[in-house]
Design a protein around this ligand. Structure first.
Ligand code: NAI
Length: 251
């Protein structure tokens, strides 16, 4: 399938987990992909992903860039435009959680989560809309969460950041629709990755499972499939939407 043939895509926070699955899916679908990682400890994984995809006949390149840092996002997008010529798709995937009940949640934990999950989406969107406006086309995909829709005890900072993404997504869709730039959010439920690994075992995981009609956790590749749909022209008339991928958890 070449749904993204010759498109240039940026994916943030993609050395592992959902981001890495999106990079793979996009490259396999014909896209050239620039993806980011933030810590030196992820450099090997990022290089391995580049290497794994090197035989697909597309360009895949890892950049060390902190999505919560405005200046680094500006440099990143300038570098990608220089090297790849344009930006057609941006997936704002980078995210963290620092779960704690409000009574124990520190100001620092709150700020880190808002910086990485929400401010990063502003930082990247602000930069990619310039080349997209020039090209009169673009698709921005923001990784929200079911938790941003329904909230969860112990996740107030995470929920606030992911709910903020939804308001931002809808506003950008309205602002930039006339420029043929689409902006949608994905709201995953419980997807098996390093982020949720600690939740899977024991009673927390069992309790989640009881509420999931499909009776299982999701896979990163399944979120990548939805991202592919939203990145491609198959979704050309879809903007400002929040699409849940949660096995029915949100029903
Ligand atoms: P993960 O922890 O495996 O991956 C997140 C990636 O973001 C990591 O590679 C991390 O190094 C990177 N990252 C963190 N801070 C960054 C920064 N400042 N700049 C650039 N990269 C940074 O987590 P997972 O599960 O793959 O999550 C991906 C996205 O999906 C996140 O936004 C997460 O909130 C969201 N999500 C995940 C769910 C799940 O069940 N796994 C459910 C709902 C949403």
């Amino acid at each position: 399938m070449s749904l993204l043939k010759d498109k240039v895509c940026i994916v943030t926070g993609a050395a592992r987990g959902i981001g890495a699955a999106i990079v793979k899916k996009f490259a396999e679908s014909g896209a050239h992909v620039a993806f980011t990682y933030v810590s030196d400890s992820s450099a090997d994984k990022a290089a391995a992903l580049e290497n794994e995809l090197s035989n697909l006949g597309v360009q895949v390149k890892a950049y060390k860039s902190n999505a919560s840092d405005f200046a680094q996002c500006e440099t990143l997008v300038n570098d990608v435009v220089k090297e790849f010529g344009k930006v057609d798709v941006c997936v704002n995937n980078a995210g963290i959680s620092k779960d704690n009940l409000l009574l124990r949640l520190t100001e620092d934990q709150w700020s880190q989560v808002i910086d990485v999950n929400l401010n990063s989406v502003y930082n990247m969107t602000k930069q990619v809309v310039r080349p997209m406006m020039k090209a009169k086309s673009g698709s921005i995909i923001n990784m929200s969460s079911i938790i941003g829709i329904r909230g969860n005890a112990g996740q107030s900072s995470y929920a606030a950041s992911k709910a903020g993404i939804i308001g931002f997504t809808k506003s950008i869709a309205i602002e930039l629709g006339s420029r043929n730039i689409r902006c949608n959010a994905i709201a995953p439920g419980f997807i098996e990755t390093d982020m949720t690994h600690y939740l899977k075992e024991g009673t927390v995981g069992e309790n989640f499972l009881k509420d999931i009609p499909l009776g299982r956790f999701g896979k990163a590749e399944e979120v990548a499939n939805l991202s592919l749909f939203l990145a491609s022209d198959l979704s050309a008339y879809i903007t400002g939407e929040v699409i849940s991928i949660c096995g029915g958890l949100s029903i």
